[in-house]
Design a protein around this ligand. Structure first.
Ligand SMILES: Nc1ncnc2c1ncn2[C@@H]1O[C@H](COP(=O)(O)OP(=O)(O)OP(=O)(O)O)[C@@H](O)[C@H]1O
Length: 223
């Protein structure tokens, strides 16, 4: 369960504060796959960073129960001077994976991220897509209760995105996700519930179809 208690997040601009969320209180239940909707620049990436705890609110707090992943999909979070293998090994260690289980996890990451020989080269030599695939594959070796996914389709090609979606389907009974996507068809088929972000307000819909309908109304109004 994730609970927002009076959460505000803003960025200072020349014209004053730009609010991504303003005084938001809501609850995201456990075991529910949630699709995050919002227009370009609404603040979806910032919201995912807040939920994952890699960014903090200006006001209020976010209560989290269970193990949440870091934001996946974006090409961040890996040490450029270290190789993909070293990064993956480091994460395995800090996440408490048994030493003798690590080689198998590293093989999985190398294969899943489709890095080939680059796995043993510094991450600074990777393309942003390769970094994001590494980030994604590494998070898959940890048993999180909830995965925070920011635009998976931006991670790589369609085949990678499909493979990743299948991975979540296979884990459905033990893990859920909160994901941002501009692909409404994908959200409708993969998610149970929705979060709609618009001009500082964040609304939780227990039914993804209702969230998509509200988002469509919003985009029609601003068209
Ligand atoms: N570090 C920052 N400093 C100032 N403004 C920022 C910062 N990070 C984001 N913003 C602004 O906050 C708003 C939300 O950005 P964010 O990237 O979270 O939106 P988004 O909904 O994910 O966008 P998109 O759909 O285009 O990917 C944008 O207007 C952006 O310019």
């Amino acid at each position: 369960m994730i609970r927002f208690h009076g959460v505000s997040k803003y960025f200072p601009t020349k014209r004053g504060r730009h609010y991504v969320v303003r005084d938001v209180s809501l609850e995201i239940p456990d075991h529910v796959n949630v699709g995050v909707l919002g227009r370009n620049g609404a603040g979806k990436t910032t919201l995912m960073r807040l939920i994952a705890g890699v960014d903090i609110p200006n006001k209020g707090r976010i209560e989290r129960h269970g193990r949440l992943s870091w934001p996946m999909g974006i090409a961040q979070g890996m040490q450029g001077a270290m190789t993909g293998r070293e990064n993956a090994r480091f994460v395995c260690r800090i996440q408490g994976i048994a030493r003798d289980a690590i080689p198998e996890k590293l093989d999985f990451v190398r294969g899943f991220a489709e890095l080939g020989d680059y796995f043993d080269m510094p991450v600074s030599t990777y393309s942003s897509g390769m970094r994001a695939r590494l980030n994604f594959a590494v998070s898959m070796v940890v048993d999180f209760d909830c995965y925070i996914i920011d635009e998976l389709t931006a991670v790589g090609d369609l085949a990678f995105a499909q493979k990743s979606r299948k991975m979540f389907k296979d884990r459905r009974d033990r893990a859920s996700f909160i994901k941002v996507s501009h692909n409404l068809k994908e959200l409708a088929s993969d998610c149970d519930a929705g979060l709609l972000l618009d001009r500082g307000t964040l609304t939780y819909f227990a039914d993804i179809a209702e969230a998509i309908a509200a988002y469509r109304t919003l985009t029609r109004q601003s068209a």
